[in-house]
Design a protein around this ligand. Structure first.
Ligand SMILES: Cc1cc2nc3c(=O)[nH]c(=O)nc-3n(C[C@H](O)[C@H](O)[C@H](O)COP(=O)(O)OP(=O)(O)OC[C@H]3O[C@@H](n4cnc5c(N)ncnc54)[C@H](O)[C@@H]3O)c2cc1C
Length: 385
């Protein structure tokens, strides 16, 4: 069977999804990106162990190793970052960089794009990434049950499955839940769906500035942040700080897949950055969903049901991480009800807060994407039996 999977958004989640689905040459994958080029809009993001497993599965780790990136467990202070660009350079995408390394990062998009090329040439798969294509509306065609995507440039394309990987201000989610609202006879239920179409302000802003290690060393020789990652917590910010990001979140979706349409990454569960895992969760979505869609046991018959396996395993998990991240924000800002600390708190009280912060990251060392995949494959096997 040849099917076409289309998705909107060539961010970290969309590109990873493209790489996984393209393993199956029977699937034509078309990625529509609203920007004129595939590039990152953000800043550095950290990549944790679970997401690293996915990157390994994509074969990205070999390329990173060639560029002398440390393997897991090598070097306490060498945290891996998924990082965007130096101001003085025109760089297309984010860069992986050791945090103590000033230059020579590793361009994620430059790397992923060739590896998509490798995938397609090895498998013969049909992958297209089309830029300057902003999805603005969707129509489910009654006869074929295919989904037509309407673009801002007036064009229209159809696909068997559509995935919204279009970020926190997703167009796909607007259509998705508005459509559900329109199907309701009960106005209360309809209103509940309409409440989900727009992201919500988290109540926080993010500020960021980069300080060069050389400048820090010159000003404060031997500063502890030169050798270890540090997190300073507190309630105040500098008077002159201006927000770089207004943090919006996508909260409490009851489902992220229905029939031939699904949401992934930030469009399904955009979260605050206090745990630094939003991008990782998008990559994990891509890993599980992409492998399911590319699996030989996914057939034309079960194609409308397969996205539910992805939703069941991934949505609640990511939502729990979003809540964990929200709570971390309260702890960092001394607003958490269990940790009422301030500048006069005792050392013991501060230590309890520090311990709690450390424990909130414990889940990142447990389980892994491979366990999730085994569960997903088992469910797919049962469905196909
Ligand atoms: C300050 C800050 C720090 C963060 N730190 C971390 C971190 O350390 N680690 C981590 O894992 N995560 C971090 N995150 C979160 C991370 O950036 C996001 O979770 C991640 O980028 C989501 O990926 P995505 O592919 O779902 O969406 P995006 O990266 O937002 O990509 C969406 C893509 O869709 C395109 N698009 C939008 N609308 C349309 C449309 N209608 N049609 C076609 N294309 C469209 C956009 O142009 C974009 O390319 C941080 C976020 C912030 C704000």
């Amino acid at each position: 069977m040849e099917t076409q999977v289309t998705f909107n958004g060539a961010g970290v989640g969309g590109l990873a999804l493209a790489a996984f689905i393209s393993r199956n040459p029977q699937i034509k994958v078309v990625v529509y990106e609203s920007k004129p080029e595939v590039s990152a809009a953000g800043e550095a993001i950290a990549i944790r162990r679970r997401s690293w497993q996915v990157l390994q599965d994509m074969g990205l780790d070999e390329g990173l190793a060639k560029r002398n990136f440390p393997k897991e467990g090598e070097g306490r202070h060498r945290s891996m970052q998924y990082r965007k660009t130096h101001q003085e350079l025109v760089v297309r995408g984010p860069i992986y960089r050791k945090s103590d390394q000033k230059e020579d990062g590793y361009d994620f998009h430059s790397h992923l794009t060739p590896s998509l090329g490798d995938v397609t040439s090895k498998t013969g798969s049909k992958l297209q990434v089309l830029t300057s294509k902003r999805a603005r509306d969707f129509v489910v065609e009654e006869k074929s049950a295919q989904v037509a995507v309407l673009f801002s440039d007036g064009t229209r394309e159809t696909a068997d499955n559509v995935v919204g990987a279009d970020g926190v201000h997703s167009t796909t989610i607007k259509w998705f839940f508005t459509d559900f609202a329109n199907q309701q006879t009960d106005p209360v239920k309809a209103e509940a769906y309409l409440q989900l179409v727009l992201p919500k302000w988290s109540g926080t802003y993010a500020y960021r500035c980069n300080v060069s290690a050389d400048a820090l060393q010159a000003e404060f020789p031997g500063h502890r942040a030169l050798t270890n990652p540090y997190l300073w917590c507190g309630q105040d910010k500098g008077e002159s700080w201006t927000p770089k990001w207004t943090i919006f979140v996508v909260e409490g979706l009851p489902f992220s897949a229905s029939g031939r349409i699904a949401l992934m990454g930030d469009s399904a569960h955009a979260m605050t950055p206090h745990q630094g895992v939003g991008g990782g969760q998008a990559i994990e979505d891509a890993h599980l969903f992409g492998r399911l869609l590319a699996h030989p046991k996914t057939t034309e018959d079960n194609l409308p049901i397969v996205p539910q396996i992805y939703q069941d395993i991934r949505l609640q998990f990511a939502q729990q991480k979003a809540e964990r991240s929200r709570l971390n924000g309260l702890i960092y800002k001394f607003n958490h009800p269990d940790f009422q600390v301030n500048s006069k708190s005792s050392r013991g009280e501060m230590e309890a807060l520090g311990k709690a912060v450390g424990e909130t990251f414990g889940w990142l060392a447990k389980g892994g994407c491979d366990d999730d995949w085994m569960e997903a494959e088992e469910r797919l096997n049962k469905l196909a039996a």
